[in-house]
Design a protein around this ligand. Structure first.
Ligand code: ADE
Length: 389
C-alpha cells in the first residue's frame, strides 16, 4: 500500500532518469507561471502531441495575463477550437481577470491562493507552485496516481478522491522533508544524494527540486509506466523498486472503478446554405460548448419532410435538400448520434418580410468558409459536417 511504501528511495533514480530522458517541450523552455498555467490547463485531458501547436499559437497571440484578461470571448474560443473541454479556456480567462483585479496582474505563488482562482484545482495549483516557483507542493493527476499505485502495489481505486488526497499528503510531506530551497539547488544537483550544503543530519536524504521531481513523475507516467498497454518496465528507473512488477501485477494495477455509462442523444444537423454562405448559431453562455458556434440542429433524427417544414418555420424557403453522412461524437458524459442535411435556401433578397423577421429571431449568422475559419470557433463535434461547407 502507498502509505507503507518508502517514497524517499524513488527520488534519486526518478530525477536522474528524468534529467537524461526529458522530452523537449515548448512549455519547458521558459517555465514562467503564465506558461506553466496555460500549458497545464491545456494538458488536462489532452495529449502532449495535440497540445504543442495550440500552446505555441496561444502564447504568441496572448503572451501574458494582461493580454488574456483583455481578450474577447470569440477570440480565445477560436484559439481553443478543436481542443475540447472549452470551460477550461473560459475559466482561464475569468481567472486572468481575477488576477488583474485582485493580485495586481501577478500570478500568486502560494498554493492556497492559487486554489481560489477559477478553474484551478489541486493539480494545477501544485503544478504552478512547484514548476514555476519551486515550492514543495505536489501535482497529482491520473499519471501520478497510476505510477504510485503500481510502484507500491496499492489496489485502492485511483478514482476514489480519498486516494488522491492521501497521495497529495504523502508527496507534500516528502517534498517538504527532502527539499532544499531553490537557491541551494543547481539543476544538475537535482535528485543527487547529499546535495545539502550545510552538512546537517539530513545529508543522507536526497535533495529534490520540486520542479524536477513533479515533472519526472509525469514523464514516467507518459513514457514508461503508460496507461494503455503494457508498461515498459525494462527501461524503468524503478524496475528494482516496483512491487507491481515484483508481484506480476502491472496488468492488474491501477484499479479503476467503472465509470457511469454515457447518455446517448440523437441530433439532426442542418447545413443551411445561402449562396456560398452557411448558417451558424452561437450556443448559450452556459452548459456544454458554451459560447461556441454550431450548425443549427435539433434533438432527434428528423425526416427530410420534417426538416423542410422546420426550415420554413425558421423563416427560410428551402430550394433543395440533401442527406449527409451520419456521425457520432463522444464527449465525457454524453454521446451525440447525428444525422445531417444540407438545405439550400432562397437568397435573402427574395425572402418576404415575415420570413426575414422569423429568420432574425433564430439569431443565425451566415459566414462563408473563409470567415468561418477565421472568426467562428466550431467544436470538433461538427467536424464531420464542416467538410460539407
Ligand atoms: N502532462 C501534464 N503536465 C505535463 C507536463 N508539464 N509535461 C508533460 N506532460 C504533462
Amino acid at each position: 500500500m502507498l502509505h507503507e511504501y518508502d517514497l524517499t528511495q524513488l527520488i534519486q533514480p526518478l530525477c536522474g532518469w528524468f534529467l537524461q530522458n526529458a522530452r523537449k517541450l515548448p512549455w519547458r523552455d521558459d517555465p514562467t507561471p503564465y506558461h506553466v498555467w496555460v500549458s497545464e490547463i491545456m494538458l488536462q485531458q489532452t495529449r502532449v502531441e495535440a497540445v504543442k501547436s495550440y500552446y505555441t499559437r496561444f502564447i504568441k497571440a496572448l503572451p501574458d495575463v494582461t493580454a488574456l484578461a483583455q481578450c474577447e470571448e470569440d477570440v480565445y474560443l477560436k484559439l481553443w477550437e478543436g481542443l475540447g473541454y472549452y470551460s477550461r479556456v473560459r475559466n482561464l480567462h475569468a481567472a486572468a481577470v481575477q488576477i488583474m483585479q485582485e493580485y495586481d496582474g501577478r500570478i500568486p505563488d502560494d498554493y492556497g491562493t492559487l486554489l481560489k482562482l477559477k478553474g484551478i484545482g489541486s493539480y494545477t495549483a501544485g503544478a504552478i507552485a512547484s514548476l514555476a516557483y519551486e515550492k514543495p507542493e505536489p501535482a497529482v493527476d491520473g499519471n501520478v496516481l497510476r505510477v504510485l499505485a503500481r510502484v507500491s502495489a496499492d489496489d485502492t481505486d485511483i478514482l476514489d478522491p480519498g486516494f488522491k488526497k492521501e497521495t497529495e499528503r504523502l508527496l507534500r510531506e516528502l517534498l517538504k522533508e527532502c527539499c532544499s530551497s531553490p537557491k541551494d539547488t543547481e539543476p544538475e544537483d537535482a535528485g543527487k544524494e547529499s546535495a545539502r550544503r550545510d552538512g546537517s543530519e539530513k545529508a543522507e536524504i536526497p535533495s529534490i527540486s520540486p520542479r524536477i521531481f513533479n515533472q519526472a513523475l509525469m514523464e514516467l507516467g507518459a513514457l514508461v509506466c503508460v496507461p494503455n498497454g503494457a508498461p515498459n518496465c525494462e527501461i524503468c528507473p524503478w524496475r528494482d523498486l516496483c512491487l507491481a512488477r515484483k508481484m506480476q501485477l502491472t496488468d492488474k494495477l491501477p484499479v479503476r472503478a467503472k465509470k457511469k455509462e454515457r447518455r446517448k442523444e440523437e441530433k439532426t444537423i442542418l447545413l443551411i446554405r445561402d449562396g456560398d454562405k452557411i448558417a451558424l448559431h452561437k450556443r448559450p453562455s452556459k452548459g456544454l460548448l458554451a459560447g461556441l458556434y454550431e450548425f443549427p440542429n435539433k434533438q432527434g433524427h428528423l425526416s427530410e419532410s420534417q426538416v423542410i417544414s422546420l426550415v420554413r418555420d425558421m423563416g427560410y424557403s428551402p430550394l433543395r435538400i440533401k442527406r449527409l453522412a451520419d456521425s457520432v461524437h463522444i464527449f465525457s458524459h454524453v454521446e451525440w448520434h447525428m444525422i445531417g442535411y444540407s438545405v439550400l435556401v432562397e437568397e435573402e433578397a427574395f425572402a418576404t418580410k415575415e420570413q426575414k423577421q422569423r429568420a432574425a429571431m433564430e439569431e443565425l449568422v451566415f459566414a462563408d468558409a473563409g470567415e468561418q475559419k477565421e472568426h467562428y470557433a466550431l467544436p470538433s463535434a461538427f467536424a464531420a459536417y464542416r467538410k460539407d461547407i
